[in-house]
Design a binder for this molecule. Structure first.
Ligand code: CTP
Ligand code: MG
Length: 234
């Protein structure tokens, strides 16, 4: 089974002055941590990292140690939107289809580099749900805040029942033909891959996510990630 790791964003909200996936956490980039975490789950054979064009060489060298006879690790370039980047990653996988390691995958994962602290168990739960028959799977957490729907002027138009809401993480898992068909049908962008499957009428299952699968988006998130990795640090 294979995982596409979108890592081609610019990281505007983090504001580190370099593409977010190449920001280091205690000496290892988010991309390298995310790719290593997927392989360490034992559930992932092959990884496609999708990076900005001027970071391909860096990604190749940082991920080289993860590559062996059992694990294909491919680097390709991203696009303007996350959807474009994932699409490029899927195309790279298809291009490597005839590689001896990449015959036919039973599961495809899509996993944000920015969720690089995701524990192996969370990854395995997603894979297991696809292997037991779900065509699309998202890891979720309960929503703790009350959520309001507002109109264009900021006035509240509704309060969805919080008990029925979930915050969605990655990796998201898919039966390969379902994900590829959803991307083929997608004309525009979606904030998550399962959203594209929903639009094609596919049923999306949920499994429990993990607080550590949080997305590193802002400087506060970056500080939290450093503290999670090294609880003794200030
Ligand atoms: N991503 C990508 N290609 C893009 C945009 C995003 O591969 N054109 C990836 C990011 O690298 C990240 C994941 O998608 O791993 C989730 O995106 P996000 O957290 O929004 O990261 P950035 O787009 O880099 O951050 P920002 O939106 O603050 O610029
Ligand atoms: Mg973004």
């Amino acid at each position: 089974m294979a995982a596409v790791v979108p890592a081609a964003g610019s990281g505007v909200r983090l504001g580190a002055g370099l593409p977010k996936a190449f920001v280091e956490l205690h000496g290892r980039t988010m991309l390298e941590r995310a790719a290593a975490g997927l392989l360490a789950s034992g559930a992932v054979d092959d990884v496609v990292a999708v990076v900005p064009e001027d970071r391909v060489a860096q990604a190749e060298s940082e991920l080289a140690h993860l590559r062996d006879d059992d694990h294909l690790v491919v680097v390709t370039t991203g696009g303007a939107e996350r959807t474009d980047s994932v699409r490029n990653g899927l195309a790279a996988l298809t291009a490597h289809r005839h590689h001896p390691r990449a015959a036919v995958y039973d599961v495809l994962l899509v996993h944000d580099a920015a969720r690089c602290l995701t524990p192996p168990d969370a990854i395995r739960r997603v894979v297991a749900a696809v292997r037991t028959g779900a065509v699309a799977v998202v890891p979720v957490l309960p929503v703790v805040d009350t959520v309001k729907q507002v109109d264009a002027d900021g006035y509240v138009v509704g309060t969805p029942d919080r008990a029925a809401l979930r915050a969605v993480q990655t990796p998201q898992g898919f039966a390969p033909d379902v994900l590829l068909a959803a991307y083929d049908a997608a004309g525009d962008v979606a904030t998550d891959d399962a959203g594209l499957v929903e639009r094609t009428g596919g049923r999306v299952a949920t499994v429990p996510g993990d607080p550590l699968a949080f997305k590193i988006t802002t400087a506060d998130d970056h500080s939290r990630a450093l503290a999670e990795l090294d609880p003794g640090s200030p």
